[in-house]
Design a protein around this ligand. Sequence first.
Ligand SMILES: [Cu+2]
Length: 333
Amino acid sequence: MTATGSSASPTPTVAEDDGRRHWPTLLVVVLIGTAIIEPILWFVLRVHMPPGRESTAAKGDQFDATVLTMMASPVVIAVVGYFIYAIIVWRQPKDGPLLDGPPIRSNLKVQVAWIVITSGIVMGAFVFGTYELIVPAGAGGGEGPSPIWTPSSNTILPVQVIGQQWEWTYRYPTYGGFETTQLVLPDHTQIAFHVTSLDVIHDFWAYQLGVKADANPGIDNVAFAKTRQTGKVTVRCDELCGIWHGAMYNYGHVVSKTAFNSWAKTTEKKLAPLTKLLPKFSWTYNPSANGAGGHYYPSQLPTSPQQSYGNGSSGPEGNLPGVKVSSAGLPRG
Ligand SMILES: [Cu+2]
């Protein structure tokens, strides 16, 4: 570095080699730091990583995020470690001339190490990402109408998720095709979410299940997840879909198989008169087919169906009072 113009800054002196071996010291710092942080990430952070472990897809997300954090940690430790080391070891003395490092044009060792380490990290992430995408089949990503990788389970419960401005409803085709605003799922069961929309593009995000699949009109977008434990599920729309997009959420529940069965059977029976009026179950619907102008439910919105599992007054007839009135001309199908 040289002083320019009329500046009075002194020209730095090249510091003399202190004869110390800095690279091995830095390497030891990085190795020790890595050895300390990695077990903490694996044993402590992993179990607290979002989105939890309520489904296989969620647990997979948690695992992936932990492994990527563990891959990134040595890099962060190396950068921060080098920074702190430089501040301490190569500190400019208070008295004496302004010091600078030796001018280095090229350093073969550094170049080789850089290429090897960065290639290793990138290729490692590539292999890991590809494996995680393909092998644990059934990730809740929404892979279109005919996913290439499907779960091996013989018993899969299909649940249709219907998005529309601005609420979610669910149909259970294996229980007579009833439709409800409640998302109730059995524990330890492979679920196939069939996500579709009646109007614009929405995005079904069942946070605790690690499921996030776009809801496109006319498309049956399939996402798989196997429930692992009972608990609450927060469902949000994650695609800006109009003015009340922010109010487009509700809550679901993963319950025991017995509780689910009794709920499903009771609800099927309770809603049977209404189910008859619904369009026949289909993987997609065309809301404008019957001249409804794309509106399935009457315009009592903006509201979002808010009720909790088992409160006894749920279901479309409770939350969507207009359905009965207009059901003669139900436009879907
Ligand atoms: Cu939406």
